[in-house]
Design a protein around this ligand. Structure first.
Ligand SMILES: C[S@@+](CC[C@H](N)C(=O)[O-])C[C@H]1O[C@@H](n2cnc3c(N)ncnc32)[C@H](O)[C@@H]1O
Length: 243
């Protein structure tokens, strides 16, 4: 990669430095994500953000949670980078493994076309229904807890007492907000909530839902040019609304 290279993929065009793409640890983690799903989504900057957030969280006490796993690109990349078997933590992996549960779509989700996109993602095979093959991808790691079914119904199965990292990637709003609400009190100070779709084009219902959640905690979400949103839990959260 030359220093003049332009990053231009995944909805982001930038001349800014993206040397992370030639970092050996990044490349190894990213390649593990590609192995998990069998293709390259070309979302390097999003994965860079996810790896950064997970590494930060690895300095804190607590387990990791991913809501929306599918074939496991992001979680596999994180577990590879962090040498998960040496972490002594649990990674809770939650998914229906049947795509979006349409019972839990808000009017705003429906307005932005979540139903059509869900059906397309199922028909194209982007969403997997094959839980066993996903589990095989993760077989090299212990400290994994599978929670199969619909969020919010499955949230009580997250029995972690402390949580350092949450990745929300459900492609719909109500279950993401429900997960954030349910897990928040157990997220440790400095703990990270990374929202994959927060600012992404076509997913505004999730931004609206998570903004309301953050406001209720007196916080604001950082909108990243990757389309992701980032929230770090401060040491002492005031309940003051920022509205
Ligand atoms: C974009 S995919 C996740 C991609 C994954 N994070 C990765 O890195 O490859 C979204 C996933 O959310 C799941 N999902 C959507 N709504 C859900 C719900 N209410 N409960 C559980 N899983 C859900 C879908 O089945 C799908 O696998």
């Amino acid at each position: 990669m030359s220093m003049d290279d332009i990053y231009d993929q995944d909805g982001l065009r930038s001349v800014h430095n993206h040397e992370f793409m030639v970092d050996a640890d990044f490349q190894r983690a990213y390649a593990r994500g590609v192995t998990a799903v069998g293709t390259d989504y070309r979302w390097h900057w999003r994965v860079h953000t996810g790896l950064w957030a997970a590494t930060l969280a690895s300095h804190l006490p607590g387990d990791f949670v991913e809501c929306g796993v599918n074939k496991g690109f992001m979680s596999s990349a994180i577990m590879e980078l962090l040498d998960w078997n040496s972490q002594g933590r649990v990674f809770y992996l939650l998914d229906t493994f049947q795509g979006v549960d349409e019972r839990y779509l808000s009017p705003a989700d429906r307005d932005v076309g979540v139903i059509d996109r869900n059906r397309r993602d199922i028909d194209s095979g982007f969403y997997t229904f094959d839980v066993e093959s996903v589990k095989r991808n993760f077989a090299q790691w212990h400290g994994v807890k599978w929670i199969v079914g619909s969020i919010p119904e499955t949230l009580p199965q997250v029995d972690a007492s402390e949580i350092a990292f949450v990745h929300l990637d459900l492609n719909c709003s109500l279950p993401e907000v429900a997960a954030a609400e349910y897990l928040w009190d157990r997220v440790v100070s400095g703990g990270v909530i990374l929202m994959d779709d927060y600012g992404y084009i076509g997913y505004r219902s999730q931004k609206l839902g998570m903004d309301q959640f953050a406001r209720s905690k007196g916080l604001q979400i950082l909108s990243l040019p990757t389309g992701q949103g980032l929230l770090i839990k401060p040491a002492a959260v005031t309940r003051r609304s920022v509205e």
